[in-house]
Design a protein around this ligand. Structure first.
Ligand code: 5AD
Ligand code: SF4
Length: 455
């Protein structure tokens, strides 16, 4: 795939190798696939060790402190490589570097970094690489120009499932979250472009697409006409050959009945909602600026479960938000027990610069937050296990992802409800839809026997 503006004469990466390290969410993984496509169009080829690389790019995450710390530690490790190979180019991009303070910290602390770029700079990456190869000053690009990304293509790592962004940015400003600052305001992609991309991917043999956005439910509000996310899903559902449509992340405040209906009626739309609740306490939800109550959230769950039999529901939880007391925490535990999520991704609250929650008084100690996380996880693990046990003896459709990491005679895949399934089978099944009878359920995965091949 060539990028028009950097066509043949610009393939200055010919014969050169790149290593790309990605942190963070699915949107960042997708951005990395765009970076791969740009680099490959310039002639670069991928490698998997830093020692072999002529170019190292780190795509960073800023949502919590931990991934930021990992970037600093990686950059420290890469420093000796630059001493051995003066031509090595090191670039750091993504959400962490979109923050002015973090970008300058990297520039001042790690002199071996050549390019620091933010989340909006992907179209300008070739220009920066070319400049870095001939110059010695650090290039800093934190422009917030929301450059049109429609001309940039991604190079998906898989040949049967792909990410498909539908809306960039976030307008919600939850008080703990750095995303609106580093990804900008919401920009919906034109539906015709999304549908076109989905059709192209399907014609290349992709069976599963995951629609991406920080808040997919607000898709379309910034476009002319009355596009809704539900309309978009219904249009995609009609694409011949596209077997599975997933979407994430849904925001409870914008989840409509129309969307639930679209999932109920769309036979290719997977029965899975990732619906982050963050807390079960109304007092904390208010301080988080989430825009819904515990009661409203429970009503949504009821509506989803009544409309879509067999649906799976997962969530995100933050423990130890400023001012969260034992009663607030117990309300979250109680919510987990009431809803019975298939899975909950729980995080310790991590103060992020410039967010309103970081300035709140009553910050909890790390040990208190850690202790709550352990208690919450224990409750959730038992629930996940209990729900998975209900799947024993059921025969489910599985999209095979490839040989299991630990046992090569086993294949691993996912159900429509996004459960991980292991079963004995050959590697040729990769990328195929099969049916598997579940013989054993555990907290994190299911084991079964293949019954048929539906391709
Ligand atoms: N601290 C901890 N977790 C956070 N998340 C977002 N910001 C923070 C933060 N400052 C979590 C939320 C969100 C998920 C992607 O990351 O639960 O849903
Ligand atoms: Fe962050 Fe809230 Fe936007 Fe999600 S909806 S990205 S938590 S501000």
């Amino acid at each position: 795939m060539k990028h028009e503006q950097y066509d043949n004469s610009y393939n200055f990466g010919e014969g050169k190798k790149y290593l790309l390290v990605t942190f963070g969410c699915q949107m960042n993984e997708h951005d990395s696939e765009v970076i791969c496509s740009i680099l490959e169009s310039l002639g670069y080829t991928a490698v998997f060790t830093a020692e072999e690389a002529d170019l190292i790019i780190i795509n960073t995450c800023a949502v919590r402190q931990k991934p930021e710390d990992k970037v600093s530690s990686l950059l420290g490790k890469f420093s000796p490589l630059k001493e051995e190979n003066k031509d090595l180019i090191i670039a750091v991009g993504g959400c962490m570097t979109q923050q002015e303070e973090a970008a300058h910290y990297i520039k001042d602390r790690f002199h071996h970094v050549d390019i620091i770029f933010g989340t909006h700079a992907l179209p300008r990456l070739p220009m920066h690489l070319e400049a870095a190869m001939s110059g010695r000053t650090t290039i800093l690009d934190l422009e917030e120009d929301y450059a049109d990304r429609e001309n940039l293509t991604a190079a998906p790592t898989s040949s049967f499932k792909a990410w498909l962004p539908v809306i960039y940015g976030c307008n919600n400003f939850c008080s703990y979250c750095v995303v609106p600052y580093v990804r900008g305001h919401e920009r919906s992609r034109i539906s015709a472009n999304i549908i076109e991309e989905a059709k192209t991917l399907t014609s290349k043999g992709y069976l599963e697409l995951t629609l991406l956005g920080q808040n997919v439910n607000s898709y379309g509000h910034d476009l002319a006409g009355d596009h809704t996310f539900a309309n978009l899903l219904t249009d995609l559902n009609n694409i011949e050959g596209l077997k599975r449509i997933r979407f994430m992340t849904s925001h409870p405040k914008d989840l409509s009945e129309e969307l639930i209906k679209a999932v109920q009626q769309g036979e290719n739309i997977c029965e899975h909602f990732h619906l982050p609740v963050q807390s079960g306490s109304n007092r904390i939800l208010k301080k988080m600026n989430r825009g819904y109550s515990r009661e409203h959230y429970l009503e949504l769950i009821e509506m989803i479960r009544c409309s879509i039999p067999g649906v799976s529901i997962t969530t995100d939880i933050i423990v130890g938000f400023p001012g969260e007391n034992e009663d607030d925490f117990l309300e979250t535990v109680n919510l987990l027990k009431t809803v019975k999520f298939d899975n909950a991704f729980s995080f310790i609250y991590s103060p992020r610069k410039n967010t309103t929650a970081a300035a709140m008084k009553e910050q909890l100690s790390h040990s208190d937050k850690e202790e709550r996380l352990q208690r919450l996880n224990q409750v959730q693990h038992a629930i996940s296990n209990e729900l998975n046990l209900q799947l024993e003896n059921r025969t489910l459709e599985v999209l095979v992802e490839g040989p299991s990491k630990n046992k090569s005679a086993m294949q691993t895949g996912r159900t429509r409800t996004n459960k991980l399934v292991h079963f004995p089978g050959s590697p040729e099944l990769t990328g195929k839809l099969v049916t598997v009878k579940i013989t054993e359920a555990k907290t994190w995965n299911l084991t079964g026997e293949m019954k048929g091949d539906s391709n």
